[in-house]
Design a protein around this ligand. Sequence first.
Ligand SMILES: [Fe+2]
Length: 428
Amino acid sequence: MSELKYQAGFGNQHSSEAVPGALPLGRNSPQRVPLGLYAELLSGAAFTAPRVENLRSWLYRRQPSVVVGGYQPLDHAFLKTGAAQAQLSPPDPLRWAPTAIPEQPTDFVQGLRTLVVNGDPDAHTGMAAHLYLANRSMERSAFINADGELLIVPQQGSLRLTTELGRLDVRPGEICVVPRGMAFKVAVDGPSRGYVCENYGAALRLPELGPIGSNGLANARDFLAPVACFEAEPGAYEIIKKFGGQLWRAAQAHSPFNVVAWHGNLTPYKYDTANFMTIGSISFDHPDPSIFTVLTSPSDTPGWANVDFVIFPPRWMVAEDSFRPPWYHRNVMSEFMGLVLGQYDAKPEGFKPGGASLHNAFVPHGPDAEAFAKASSAELKPHKLDNTLAFMFETRWRLQPTAFALQGGSLEANYAACWQGLNDSFPA
Ligand SMILES: [Fe+2]
């Protein structure tokens, strides 16, 4: 595959044209757009949203996206939306072994498996965490999600996303985000697995840095948007739309990837987690895990995220007189975790790449007995945690598992046993 070009910067007013002269200058919707193109505005925020939160792009395309056939419902047994479709959820910590990628031909959309959900996309509240399990590229098929933006975390296999604004190559260690309502398709290079956060709430953005200052965590310049490109091949396309928790299917006679030029700040983007500037204690203890936040979707209550995307990347541990793994805790927030590669320091053996865990609101959790014993007696030299990448989707609302999550075969029956060795050592 050819090397792709990108435009750097988070939320920038990017502009790009695949054909010189296609992008109107000085007018967004001139009486006649160059090259016979149609102007179309894609708004990711209400028109009157504050300027700092306002997201929109102007697309100049060969046919407007209104040229599509009628939609019919499309069944999908494993894609769920909102807490209303969830199952009875026990207040236990839950963990899932890696789910096998199917043998039968399965593309990205067909391979979505919802594990946990909360909120309501019609209320712009909450999220869902899905696995994707795919072995086949989407060819003449495109997906539009009107319910939420999609944060994709590959765990096995590289993806090539074709979007209305251009293409993104994303490999394990990188993540990408597709805005709500934007058409895209996914090509795979073999059996592929990963995680998806479907964010029904406010668009993901960089967290405020407070006393950290103007540099650190995920830096804006490391977020990459695509450059314009379009499909020239004629022929029919299937459009699959997620709308109100239901999949719908329509046919159209042309590719939806027909945008010749665009400008604006509503874009898909990718980010390499190796560029995350990790901050931690250089004296004692360790800060709250919010220090690892890459992107955040705020709720209406300041500091209480609709969802935070948090990573635990390779880093040095140097704190003195400190228990270095995460502490035992209970939290009003709910935590869905995945592991891209390596080991997670609080669960060095049981948590496998491609697996997942759920520590819901006020469900106690922390290092397993083995990690506790090791960390309590370790000589506290500077130590590099290497070859590891865990992540968390953390949300203020309780996450509810689906029937697939509870009965699909990957739920571990004895997860909580990993803490049973934490004996009472109080001198009686
Ligand atoms: Fe936690």
